[in-house]
Ligand binder design. Sequence first.
Ligand code: AMP
Length: 214
Amino acid sequence: MEETRLVLLGPPACGKGTQGRLLSEAYGLSYFSTGKQLRREVEADSELGREADTYLSRTEYVPDRLALNLVSGWLAERRGGWVLDGFPRTVPQAVALDAFSEERIGGMRALLIDVEREVLAERVAQRCECSRCSWVGTLEEVRERGHCPDCGGGLNQRRDDEPEAFQKRMDVYEELSLPVVWHYEATDRLLRVSGIGSPEEVFTRVRSALSKHG
Ligand code: AMP
């Protein structure tokens, strides 16, 4: 069977991280989130992190070159299937990934998780993530547990989840990332699922979309 190679698309807080994690567990895929990696680099105060932070603090996308650097380094070390969360986010990134794929991988699909803007605004107000692993949950869960249920790490709210920053991220998404959806649609590689409901409900749809068209 051909290895699963999937890019997750969709607006901020649509559930890419949660579904990426579920996919990676269920299908044995390597998982990489560019946003998460960028935040780690900022925390570690690396050279890349310092450059990235000038964009992240303004709620802007980092330059394509920087995102590509992160992903191509990660992909070059992969054996077997993978799922990418948050990449590609612009058409030039998608074109670069296609070029990379043609040489090295092939058989890649995009999965769009669809959620309306109003629902997303409510979600981000409640969202928390682990600073160490890929766990994502709600403030309510944080109040109950205090620490990450998976690795015991500290839990944070993201600064870019504040209401104003979120609205700006949505605008940037619509301008720069919706064309990425059309890029995969035009080349007949797009799967689309509704992201409304519990993580498990959404995951059931994801599995069914993958088994029908994957
Ligand atoms: P995320 O955790 O996926 O929501 O990403 C957080 C932020 O990191 C985004 O709002 C962007 O500013 C930046 N980022 C993540 N992935 C990319 C990418 N592929 N290209 C440009 N910027 C990115």
